[in-house]
Structures are given as structure tokens and as C-alpha cells.
Design a protein around this ligand. Structure first.
Ligand code: TRP
Length: 453
């Protein structure tokens, strides 16, 4: 096979790669998870540690993932097989690919459940547009949804079907429109909500909550959650970006620049989401701390009921959020699908996607039930959904990222690095390499060891 193409197809342009990778990064992680993680973990202290993790750990690893993918040109497991052979490194590195596949299936399982919540809310606002009942008590509406396994399962299934449909067709088709028009619309809508935040008169307090760190709030746990969130929001640590890198044309694309653009866009969306949500939280007298996973669902509807055209904005918001989640869930499914396709042949892409998604959907039922019938079940002090999220996001992703950093930093032949990063100024290249060899692995290791002990 030609070293410059992949059997899974290629992005039609450089822009397409940036859009797809940004579409993967920007999702529920930014708009659903970032605000409530900030709320639960001490506000500004969490945000500060999170930003540090993004730029000193996440960005170097993001660059490493893309370059490994672009050199390997196949799914993660086969990429590690090929690269370890080429560099004369241990075959054990292939385990990174397996960790990635397992993490992807686990993450997709609850990701689809939460994306299902946003579909349900889109539906609620659509009904309201045609005279349905307003959401007067968002807390009760949210609890009502969580209490219904049938409704949760239905929307979880809908979302999973949407995800399979795109992956089965191959990543290029269908994705382009979603990322090109709908993602910018979401961005604009967030700006509108930030604008609304100013009218509440609580923007200054919201900004203080987000950006004024309370140093005493920083402990090992905050570090762990912030590190996990940084990996999750950048789609790192499970070879997603590696897989997208495998479909990236050789010419005309600077990996460091692309990485920086992705990280900056992703971070701005998260911060904007924070600035949109916390003024509403504060102005309606909700405690900004300890909001939990329901935060956006219990706070934003208050604003939508109060603001002009709020119902329309509510509809747009939840639909666009579902689209953002969609362009992310695709990237959770693609690495495992690509692996099966390489194993069983290109004709089997549909079956491969359906098989993995089916498995993830079944696992997702555990999350669904943990919200109601099985809410009493506790594993390590967490309900099942929170436990799966913890294992996948806070442990597996940083571990995967740590190994990717060590692989790219120490095991990979340096001519490959230089070839892939030919446009990087030497000083920057050296800095990047030491971040990858020492700084990022050390930080991740400290955080993981403290978490486990
Ligand atoms: N980054 C996405 C979000 O913020 C979720 C996601 C997509 C992801 N692909 C991933 C997370 C791979 C971890 C690994 O919503």
C-alpha cells in the first residue's frame, strides 16, 4: 500500500482534518462536563490546574498522537505493530492500542447516554415551540428523565444509531457538513448565552468563580480530575487523534500548528461554556459548587424560560450540543472499527461499526440503570456510571497518554519525528521532545500514583 494513503480513506483537505479533529475534541466534554467538573472541584483552582494540564501535558501528547498516526497510516493496534518493528522497539507497546479500544468502548457507553439527555431536551423544546408545557422546575424535569429507564434507553439508542450511521459510511461523508456549519453555530450560540450572562448582572461573580483560584482547594483529587478532564476534552489517550492522523495527507499540514489550533479552540469553547452557565447559576440563586452532572440541564432551562426567544434558543442549544456530541462519538467508535476493518476486510465496515457500537450500547444500559433502578449499587463509593467514567477518563486516558508520550519520546526512531515535524523550529522541537520525554510522563505518573495510593 502507498505510504501516503490509508485504506480507510483520507481527509479531503487540510481544513477537513482540522474540522474533524476539532469536532472530536469539542463535545459534551466542553459544555456538559467542564462546567460541572469546575463546579464540583473548587472553581478557579480546578480551572487553573486544567489549563496547565492542557498545555504542558495534553498539547505535546496531541502532537505525538497525530504524528504517530500519520506515519503509521493504519488503526492504532496495527500502527504500533508497524512502528515497533521499524524502530526495533518492544512489541509490548502494542498494548497502548488495546487500552485505547477498551477505553473507547467504555467512554462511548456513557457518552451516548448523556448525549441522549441532550436529544431529549431538544425534543422538549421542540414540543414547547408547538405549545408544549414549559420547563418551570428544571430540577424536577431532569430528575424525571433520570427516573425513566425507558426514556433514557430510547434516546441512548437513537444517539448510538446516529453514530453508527456516520462511521459505517466512512468518516469523510456526512461529517463535513456537520462540522463546517453546525459547530460554528454552536459557538455563536454560546456567545449569545454569554451575552445573556452579562444581562444577569452576575458575570463578574461568575468570572471570579471560574478564574480566581482558591489555593486551598487544590489537592491530589483536583489534580486527578483536572488531568482526566484535559485528556477527555482533547480526545487524548485512546488513540482517537492517532486514528484521525492516519487519514491526514502528508503535504501541506503542520502537525504542531494543527495541534495548537485544536487545543485553543477546545479550550475557548470550554471557557465560554463556563461563562455562559455560571452567571445563570448564580443569578437564579443556585449554589455554584457541587452542581454535579445535571448542572447544565438544571440551570440553562431557567435562562431559556426567562430570555426573549428563549424556547428557540433552548431548542437550538440542545440540538447543536447533540451535534457536537455526535462529531465526538464518531471519533470514539472509529479506532476500533478501523481495526476490525483491517482484520476482516473493507467490505465489513458496516458490520464492524455496528458490532462495536452494539457492545457499547449494551454497556451503556449499565449507566442507564445506575441512574434509577440500580442507583443504590456502589463500586468504590461511586454509582456504576460514575465508576465507569472514573476508570475510563481519569485512569485509562492518562495511562494511555503516558505510554504514548514515552513511546514517542523514547522508543520511536527520531528520524520519523523529524520527518513528521519538519516545519518545527529546532528549539521548539527540543522543548516538545523533553515535555514528552520527561515533563508530561512525570506529571501524569505523580497524579496517577497519588490517586491509586
Ligand atoms: N473530546 C470529546 C468531548 O470533549 C469526547 C471524546 C471524543 C473523547 N473522542 C474521544 C474523549 C477520545 C476521550 C478520547 O466531548
Amino acid at each position: 500500500m502507498d505510504k501516503n494513503t490509508s485504506i480507510h480513506g483520507m481527509w479531503s483537505s487540510r481544513l477537513m482534518f482540522i474540522l474533524a479533529a476539532t469536532g472530536s475534541a469539542v463535545g459534551l466534554g466542553n459544555i456538559w462536563r467542564f462546567p460541572y467538573m469546575t463546579s464540583d472541584n473548587g472553581g478557579g483552582a480546578f480551572v487553573l490546574v486544567y489549563l496547565g494540564c492542557i498545555f504542558f501535558v495534553g498539547l505535546p501528547i496531541l502532537v505525538a498522537e497525530i504524528l504517530i498516526g500519520r506515519h503509521g497510516r493504519v488503526s492504532p493496534i496495527n500502527t504500533f505493530r508497524k512502528l515497533t518493528r521499524e524502530s526495533g522497539a518492544s512489541r509490548h507497546w502494542v498494548a497502548i492500542g488495546w487500552i485505547g479500544i477498551v477505553a473507547g468502548i467504555l467512554i462511548l457507553s456513557f457518552y451516548s447516554v448523556v448525549a441522549g439527555w441532550t436529544l431529549h431536551y431538544g425534543w422538549l423544546y421542540l414540543k414547547q415551540l408547538f405549545g408544549g408545557a414549559p420547563i418551570t422546575d428544571p430540577g424536577a424535569t431532569f430528575q424525571g428523565l433520570l427516573a425513566s429507564p425507558v426514556e433514557l434507553t430510547f434516546w441512548h439508542a437513537m444517539f448510538m444509531l446516529l453514530t453508527v450511521a456516520v462511521v459505517a459510511l466512512g468518516v469523510e461523508k456526512g461529517l463535513e457538513r456537520a462540522v463546517r456549519f453546525l459547530m460554528p453555530s454552536l459557538f455563536v450560540l454560546l456567545l449569545v448565552l454569554v451575552g445573556y450572562g452579562f444581562t444577569t448582572g452576575r458575570m463578574a461573580d461568575a468570572a471570579a468563580f471560574l478564574f480566581r483560584p482558591d489555593w486551598s482547594a487544590i489537592d491530589g483529587n483536583v489534580f486527578l480530575r483536572a488531568m482526566g478532564q484535559a485528556f477527555f476534552t482533547l480526545s487524548l489517550g485512546m488513540c482517537t487523534m492517532m486514528t484521525y492522523g492516519a487519514y491526514l495527507p502528508r503535504e501541506g499540514v503542520s502537525i504542531p500548528r494543527a495541534g495548537l489550533a485544536i487545543a485553543l479552540t477546545d479550550t475557548s469553547v470550554a471557557l465560554l461554556a463556563g461563562l455562559a452557565i455560571f452567571p445563570v447559576v448564580l443569578s437564579f440563586g443556585i449554589d455554584p459548587a457541587g452542581g454535579g452532572p445535571g448542572l447544565i440541564f438544571t440551570s440553562l432551562p431557567l435562562a431559556f424560560e426567562a430570555m426573549p426567544f428563549g424556547i428557540l434558543y433552548g431548542l437550538l442549544f440542545f440540538v447543536l450540543l447533540a451535534v457536537a456530541a455526535w462529531t465526538s462519538s464518531i471519533s470514539l467508535l472509529e479506532p476500533a472499527t478501523a481495526f476490525l476493518v483491517e482484520r476482516f476486510g473493507i467490505a465489513n465496515r458496516k458490520r464492524a461499526a455496528l458490532g462495536i457500537a452494539g457492545l457499547s450500547w449494551l454497556l451503556g444500559l449499565l449507566s442507564v440503570l445506575s441512574l434509577n433502578l440500580w442507583s443504590g449499587v456502589r463500586i468504590l463509593d461511586r454509582d456504576i456510571m460514575t465508576f465507569i467514567e472514573f476508570i475510563a477518563n481519569d485512569l485509562m486516558l492518562p495511562l494511555g497518554g503516558l505510554l504514548i508520550a514515552l513511546f514517542a519520546g523514547w522508543a520511536l526512531n527520531s528520524t520519523i519525528l523529524r520527518e513528521q515535524l519538519s516545519d518545527m523550529p529546532p528549539a521548539l522541537f527540543t522543548t516538545w521532545r523533553w515535555l514528552l520525554r520527561v515533563v508530561a510522563p512525570a506529571l501524569v505518573l505523580i497524579v496517577l500514583v497519588r490517586a491509586v495510593l
